[in-house]
Design a protein around this ligand. Structure first.
Ligand code: MCN
Length: 790
């Protein structure tokens, strides 16, 4: 029997045995005969003019095959890199970017020369012998300073440092006047380094004989990279193949193309040898795009009874020296700034600022963690100002009717925000926690409870909404389903799994839709040489709601054709044929059945209905009608040691809602990983530069503080289920939810704990020294001796 009910099944990820036993195949596991290894000579300065590059010693070094600079690459790289960012129409300037510097370097780590050698050690030694003479230029390292008229410019000769500036919705002074209470807060989103387990890497082989280029690359979206490289490298898509085999994490940092994606294939073309470059960990911290790097000025007003009136957001993004394709995705922080609440008015304005640092680009959540952080922090500040319980203030103002059209014209599809809040409060034991907190304070212990009722826009996205913002490309996705004559099935998808478990969940969808055994499905992704012509890849928690739906749609097409063929086999009318869990029969004769495999065999046989082509396969492109809008409530409980400033995260409760769930275990895993990253931002991680010299101070993992499992309590996870009506599976995304919710929950808990000292806000990361200093200042100030719960 081929009866399956895989959708919703809590099964282990089938890719894991291979991945955890060392059988994964990452870019560095591939080596071709004759491979030359590439090392990149990088600028040690944030901003400088290149006076002279002396290659003499490097060229003569042992094992060195070739040394290339800008003048060599202009012969084979035909265009500039794709930089003009998506989503912000009002660009002021987009600095053009060639993958390697010519006369000026604009951030520490920018490539100035590459060395090819027989081994990676010889390449590194050779690179150390390249002698570059620089004239230092003033660097722009501070976001605020960059906007001053007399600031140095990130690029010499530029009019100013403004990349974009856009008002999404202007102020409404009349609405603002209606508020009885107004609070204001500057909120800093520090720069973060995405830090995948597998650093980036590229291996390229140019074949002169047939004019093809094959590139192995650690990427989240091989088809999109191919599209962009076509322009830069001058190959037709049919001649350019990108293979992203197993990829050890991306977190958004492997979406946009990087200089090495051009320099490695170009070096292969110049040298006639396959060329490989694998990023070192220090390079990963220094030159792989950072996340966040923003300052928000947030102002909000409410009535005394807790009715929310207005929210005003001004966003400044440190975009770095260049603007990658997706750098402006972080402006989504404006578009979902209202969060889960009804506001009478929202005003939002964004400014993208050029500085002499590495670019910022999406990092898990991109814009939505910031929006959640802003609105959830400001709700707590309002609750404090009007002396209302923060949970009650949230409940009073939640959006309760769906679909709901936001001030920005976005339509929240479905939701039940109170249900998630109730469940989270019940699991946390909210009332008891508040009592415990009062008792603790009497004993001099500072305990805090932080709520974060998050919402998200994900599942990017409908072509009607996205194509105008992306230069014409609708963010649809594709799947190809092939049923072979014996009934086994191969599914090719345009998305890419690099930790999200698509091999399992997409096979669950295909198994149920086709009614075949789960084990008969082979899922393939990450190779532009097979499957559908295009797919956008994996980011913005879009894979299930768009790519998974494409799998479902392609399987349906296969079933439709098989039903016609079954009718022919049964000599019955198609309308009378029933398809039931992979078996066909004619109404009224359920004992005479054909399984899909038998029909598949017939599809390659000698008797087909008139006009039917042979074979049983289908390609489907899925264009969603809307984005997807998951939501939930997280509650963090923290205790702070006032003598050391150390934060102990004591409990973390998360109730999330991503509609129907394909695999509960994978969803839990995604939420756990996401929470870990959000907590990491709240308490530990920060990329730090020296403001004078532009040197990065956090260039190793001993300086850039990534927490380990020891730093987290057991996450207490639960769910509510509110399906979307916008797709047939009723699913919404979950890949970023934990990160979107967590920093606000933790920081609300930290600020709540310290509120008896009169402390209203703490910047992230809430490191012991930062907290200790704030406690020290508060105690030294007017609040000393007057500690009382708000
Ligand atoms: N899923 C499900 N039921 C739902 C929703 C999702 O079973 N209702 C399953 C999906 O089928 C899929 C997984 O959960 O197997 C995540 O699905 P989805 O929410 O569609 O997100 P994506 O697969 O598109 O993943 C992208 C998202 C993003 S944007 C980042 S960043 C991120 C993340 O996922 N980077 C990750 N999770 C990561 N996990 C790992 N291990 N590594 C990364 O780099």
């Amino acid at each position: 029997m081929a009866v399956t009910t895989m959708i919703g099944a809590k099964i282990h990820r089938r890719e894991d045995p291979r991945l955890v036993s060392g059988e994964g195949r990452y870019v560095d596991d591939f080596t071709l005969p004759g491979t030359a290894y590439m090392a990149v000579v990088r600028s040690p300065h944030a901003h400088a003019r290149i006076k002279r590059i002396d290659l003499t010693a490097a060229s003569k070094a042992a094992g060195v095959v070739a040394v290339y600079t800008h003048k060599d690459f202009v012969k084979v790289i035909t265009g500039v890199m794709a930089t003009a960012p998506f989503f912000v129409p009002e660009k002021k300037q987009v600095p053009p970017r060639f993958p390697i510097a010519d006369k000026e370097v604009v951030f520490q780590g920018e490539a100035v020369a590459v060395v090819l050698a027989d081994t990676k050690y010889e390449a590194a030694d050779g690179a150390s012998l390249v002698d570059v003479d620089y004239d230092l230029l003033p660097a722009v390292m501070d976001l605020g300073r960059a906007l001053e008229a007399n600031s140095p410019k990130a690029h010499s000769g530029a009019p100013d440092n403004v990349g974009w500036e856009q008002t999404f919705i202007p102020d409404d002074p009349a609405a603002m006047k209606e508020a009885d209470v107004v609070v204001k807060q500057r909120i800093i989103q520090q720069r973060l380094a995405p830090t995948s387990m597998e650093t980036r890497g590229v291996l390229a082989e140019y074949s002169k004989a047939d004019g093809t280029m094959t590139i192995w690359m650690s990427s989240q979206n091989p088809h999109l990279i191919r599209l962009l490289l076509v322009a830069g490298l001058g190959f037709a898509e049919s001649k350019l193949r990108i293979i992203s085999p197993d990829v050890g994490g991306g977190f958004g940092s492997k979406i946009s193309p990087y200089p090495e994606d051009y320099l490695v294939p170009a070096s292969s073309k110049l040298s006639g040898r396959p060329v490989k470059w694998i990023e070192t960990r220090t390079e990963a911290l220094q030159i792989t795009s950072h996340g966040r790097g923003e300052i928000f000025d947030v102002e909000a007003g409410a009535k005394k009874d807790g009715t929310l009136v207005f929210l005003k957001i001004t966003q400044f993004i440190d975009v770095g020296a260049y603007m990658p394709l997706t750098s402006s995705v972080q402006t989504v922080a404006c578009l979902v700034s209202g969060g889960a609440y009804v506001w009478k008015h929202i005003a939002a304005h964004t400014v993208g600022v050029l500085t002499n640092r590495v670019s910022t680009d999406p990092y898990r959540g991109a814009g939505r963690p910031e929006a959640t952080h802003n609105v959830e922090r400001i709700i707590d500040l309002l609750a404090d100002a009007i002396k209302m319980d923060p949970a009650a203030l949230r409940r009073k103002n939640f959006v309760k009717e769906f679909p709901h059209t936001s001030h920005f014209g976005l339509v929240y599809d479905s939701g039940a925000y109170e249900g998630a809040l109730d469940k989270a409060m019940e699991i946390a034991g909210y009332e008891n926690l508040r009592r415990e907190q009062d008792e603790a304070l009497k004993k001099g212990r500072y305990m805090g409870i932080g709520i974060s009722s998050w919402i998200e826009i994900c599942g990017f996205g409908p072509s009607a909404g996205t194509a105008p913002a992306t230069g014409g490309l609708g963010l649809v996705d594709a799947a190809q389903v092939r049923v072979f004559p014996t009934g086994s099935v191969a599914v090719y998808v345009g998305t890419h799994s690099h930790g999200q478990g698509h091999d399992t969940t997409f096979s669950q969808i295909a198994a149920d839709t086709l009614g075949v055994p789960y084990d008969s499905i082979e899922l393939r992704h990450g190779d532009t040489g097979e499957g559908p012509a295009f797919g956008h890849g994996t980011y913005g928690s879009r894979s299930l709601a768009v790519g998974g739906m494409a799998v479902h749609k392609a399987c349906k097409k296969v079933v439709d054709k098989a039903t016609k063929l079954a009718a022919h086999i049964f000599e019955a009318d198609e309308a009378d044929v029933v398809f039931d869990h992979g078996q066909f029969y004619v109404k009224g004769s359920p004992d005479k059945r054909k399984v899909l495999g038998e029909v598949a065999f017939a599809a390659y046989g000698g008797s087909l209905p008139d006009g039917m082509e042979h074979g049983l396969e289908a390609v489907a492109y899925f264009d969603p009608v809307n984005f997807s809008w998951p939501f939930g409530t997280h509650i963090a409980v923290a205790e702070i040691d006032p003598e050391t400033g150390d934060v102990e995260l004591k409990r973390y409760v998360a109730v999330d809602d991503c509609g129907n769930v394909i695999n509960p275990m994978i969803v839990d895993g995604q939420v756990q990983g996401g929470i870990a990253q959000g907590v990491a931002q709240a308490l530990y991680e920060e990329v730090v530069y020296d403001d004078e010299t532009g040197q990065m101070k956090t260039g190793t993992l001993t300086d850039y503080l990534i927490p380990t499992a020891n730093e987290f309590p057991r996450f207490e996870l639960d769910r509510t289920v509110t399906p979307t009506l916008d797709n047939a599976l009723g699913v919404k995304g979950i890949g970023e939810a934990g990160t979107i919710a967590a920093s606000a929950a933790v920081m609300n808990a930290v600020c709540d704990a310290l509120s008896p000292l009169g402390i209203k806000h703490i910047d992230m990361p809430a490191s012991p020294d930062r907290i200790w200093k704030q406690i020290h200042d508060a105690r030294a100030g007017s609040n000393h001796g007057k500690e009382a719960r708000k």
